[in-house]
Write a new protein. Sequence first.
Length: 104
Amino acid sequence: MMNTMMRETLASGTARKAELPGWPAAGKTGTSQDFRDAWFVGYTSQLVTGVWFGNDDASPTKKATGGGLPVEVWSRFMKAAHQGIPVADLPVVTRDCWAQGWRV
């Protein structure tokens, strides 16, 4: 359920600009009040990566949002990190897995 929700962020939400051709991916963008922080945390079946932009003195950025530069940097990094790795879908945990004590 969580993967479905987080995939929507890339499909039709604030991370629409995230590009990772062929790879199922999911994530969440964020922008703090007064544009002090902008971030994106995204994942595939192989890797979780977070990108944060902000100023060390907590001053506002120049209106940076999580769906902007953080998503762009995440996409570039993830494309490089996934080169040569076979595409795999996001894991699914079923009720049977939980009943048997499996953790994914």
